[in-house]
Unconditional design. Sequence first.
Length: 429
Amino acid sequence: MHSETQSSADKLARFFVPCVVGLAIPVFVALAWSPDGRWSAAEYSIRDYAAVIVITEFFTILVAIREGLLTAIARGNWPRGAVIAAVVLALLIATTPAFAPDKPTAVILAVYWLFHGAFALALTHLSGRVFQPRDLVHAWMAGFAIFVIEFFLFIHEIPDWQNFDWKWGFMGFPHIRHAGYYLGAMAALSLGAMAVAETRREWWWSWLSAAFAFGIALWTGSRGAVFAVIGAVAVGMLLFPLFRTIRTWCGTLASMIAALIVVWIAPAAPYYLMGLGHAVQQTESADVTTGRTTIWKNVIGAIRHRPLFGYGDGQMRKVAPFADIVQPHDSILQVTLAWGLAGLACVAVLAVVFLSRALPAVRREQGPLVPVFTAMTALAILSLYDGDLYYAFSTSIFLACGAVIASQWNVAVVRNTQQPEMLTPAPVR
């Protein structure tokens, strides 16, 4: 009887962490829910400090420690270059706030980044040990289905469309463009899931998810997210034969076309940044960069004054101000402004080490690694002209995708060489 109870508990535990991670955004929306545009102090904290994401990451770290994370780190056979880069980067993140013009902001963001790093390690350890990558993919897609329901309920409950603050109040996001970060990731994840779907049910679920993600993104005017997903699909076609099948091509185009038709017919929100018309107009106009070139020039000028170690994170308003913008809309400039050329070099080393192992693993394992790689690629592309890797929830999704891939490249190494590397996962219970 005891063994049966333990087995049931183990099966439940397999889905617990993926559900916590996958449902973080719909839980955030539910807790910050305010179609009338009135937020309490607690709801403002949830919005502005990404409380749900912090709690999710903290919980995942605790579970990983319980499952032997610290021992695995101590015993892991880590690539030396990656270890040095990670340690130096962590030191830069921890110490640069001392020299930041806005120290409180720099300290808060440094704590977030250290949390993100520990979360990535924790999820790498748990994926393949407590749960399978497929479990997290399904949890993300289930969470997005809940988000779609929340979206329709939210816009239905807005009492006055004309006077609603669409820019700052959309579904609790601090800025409406932040919804595009999530929608882009989910669209890319869904297209990847469609490419590897083994049954008609999985294919249709993935197709519907992609269509809804495209549709809501276009309705909010988030053209950058759509471009990023198209770029991620192009990368997928170059790397994976599954993306070059007629079924995947037709499914991808059909999801985009269906989204375009629905958004064209649907009533648009009365706000100049939103809607399909805005996305088309801005793309065709000379203002396609919407001020980014000016932002980038200002940031580069600030970097020249402190090029080696930077200013600490979140300092753009102090050292390169531009309207009310808080981040450079480019991940390379963001890293360099925050932690200097030294930090950029560390990130480059980590990226090279990751890609050198991730690409062979995704090609070899495929399955659920293709969707998470596609989502990660979309967020990486978007980060080159937007701020998705500045904000906690989209950064958390990006690192979670990387962690899942990293966990499985170790499985592949063990399977092929019988020599465990880094955090070697144990079989799922």
